[in-house]
Design a protein around this ligand. Structure first.
Ligand code: FAD
Length: 286
C-alpha cells in the first residue's frame, strides 16, 4: 500500500508554496508537485511593484527568496506533473505516469492556462487525444502518434513513445534544443484542428496535415476538470467558496485557478486559506 499524505498540493507557484508553508507549520504531512522554477509566471516577471516589502523586485530574485524559505522549512518540491486525480471517497489518488500517490486532502494550485484548446481537442479526448504520453503509449504500439509539446518534459515523453509507435511526429510549441530520438520527425508548423470519426484520424496544421492515430498535447498544466473528474468549473475557473472549498469533499483550490484577479498576493492569500481549511478537515477526521 502506498504511503498516504495528509495534504497533496498540486502546483508550486505562489498559491501552492504558501499552502505548503502553512500546512507544514501545522505539522501536516504534505507533498507538493511542481517545477524547478516554481512558477514560470513568477520567474519570468521582469519587475514586481505590488509585492509588499520588496518594491521593484524581479521574478528571479523573488523565486530565489521563495526557494530559500522552502529550504529553511525543509519543504521539497516533487518535480512531476500530475496527470489525473481521482476522488476515492476517503482519499485522493494522484496519478503520475506509472506512479500513484495518495492523500487525504487536496489543494489545487495549478494556475491558469492561457489559450483555447485546439478545435477538436475536447471532442476527441479519450478517443485518440491524451495528455499523458507515457501513460497511454502502449495503446499506440505500431501506430502513428503526434506529440504537441510545450516543454522539455514533452521531449522525454516523445522519446518514450517512439520506442513503441511506428512513427512519431513532434510539433514543438517552444523554442529550445530538442534532444529527440532520430526516428522522430520534427514538424515546424502550427496545429489548428484535430479531426476524425469515432477516433482521431488527422491533425490539420496551418500549412500541412498529418495522418495520425493519436495526439498527445503536453502542456504545463491541464484544465482542472480534466485533471480531477467531477470537479465543478465555472467559466474556466475552479468554483470555490470563501473557505476555498470546491464541490469535492476535502478538495480545496487557490490562486489563479479560482479566478481573477491574477495576482501574487491574491494567490498567496487563497493558498493560506486553503491550507488552514485543509488542516481543519484533516483534524476533524482524526
Ligand atoms: P502559477 O504561478 O501559475 O503556478 C502554478 C504552478 O503549478 C506552475 O508552476 C504550473 O506549471 C504548476 N502546475 C500546473 N498544473 C500542474 C500539474 N498538473 N502538476 C504539477 N504542477 C502543475 N502578479 C502580480 O501581482 N504582480 C506582478 O507584477 C505580476 N507580474 C506578472 C508578470 C508576468 C510576465 C506574468 C505572466 C504574470 C504576472 N503576475 C503578476 C501574475 C502572477 O504571476 C500570477 O497571478 C501568479 O503567479 C499566480 O500564482 P498561482 O500559484 O496561482 O499560479
Amino acid at each position: 500500500m502506498s504511503e498516504r499524505y495528509d495534504i497533496a498540493i498540486v502546483g508550486s507557484g505562489p498559491a501552492g508554496i504558501t499552502a505548503a508553508i502553512n500546512a507544514r507549520i501545522r505539522n501536516k504531512k504534505i507533498i507538493v508537485f511542481g517545477y524547478e522554477n516554481l512558477s514560470n509566471k513568477l520567474y519570468l516577471a521582469p519587475k514586481i511593484d505590488n509585492y509588499v516589502g520588496f518594491y521593484g523586485i524581479s521574478g528571479k530574485e523573488l523565486t530565489k527568496k521563495f526557494k530559500e524559505h522552502l529550504d529553511e522549512m525543509n519543504i521539497d518540491i516533487t518535480y512531476e506533473r500530475v496527470d489525473n486525480i481521482y476522488a476515492m471517497g476517503d482519499y485522493y489518488a494522484l496519478m503520475i505516469s506509472d506512479k500513484t500517490y495518495e492523500a487525504t486532502s487536496l489543494i489545487l494550485a495549478t494556475g491558469v492556462q492561457f489559450g483555447k484548446p485546439f478545435k477538436g481537442e475536447s471532442e476527441f479526448l479519450g478517443r485518440g487525444v491524451g495528455y499523458c504520453a507515457t501513460c497511454d503509449a502502449p495503446l499506440y504500439k505500431n501506430k502513428v502518434v503526434t506529440i504537441i509539446g510545450y516543454n522539455n518534459e514533452s521531449i522525454e515523453e516523445a522519446n518514450y513513445v517512439s520506442e513503441l509507435a511506428s512513427k512519431v511526429y513532434f510539433i514543438p510549441m517552444f523554442k529550445g534544443e530538442y534532444d529527440l530520438n532520430s526516428n522522430i520527425e520534427i514538424i515546424n508548423d502550427k496545429p489548428v484542428e484535430i479531426i476524425g470519426d469515432s477516433m482521431v484520424k488527422k491533425i490539420i496544421l496551418r500549412n500541412s496535415e498529418l495522418e495520425s492515430d493519436g495526439v498527445f498535447i503536453l502542456r504545463d498544466s491541464i484544465s482542472p476538470d480534466q485533471l480531477v473528474p467531477g470537479l465543478l468549473v465555472e467559466d474556466g475557473h475552479i468554483k470555490v467558496n470563501r473557505d476555498m472549498e470546491t464541490n469535492l469533499k476535502g478538495c480545496y483550490a487557490a490562486g489563479d485557478s479560482t479566478g481573477k484577479p491574477y495576482q501574487y498576493l491574491k494567490a498567496m492569500g487563497e493558498g493560506q486559506v486553503a491550507a488552514l481549511n485543509a488542516v481543519s478537515y484533516i483534524d476533524k477526521k482524526c
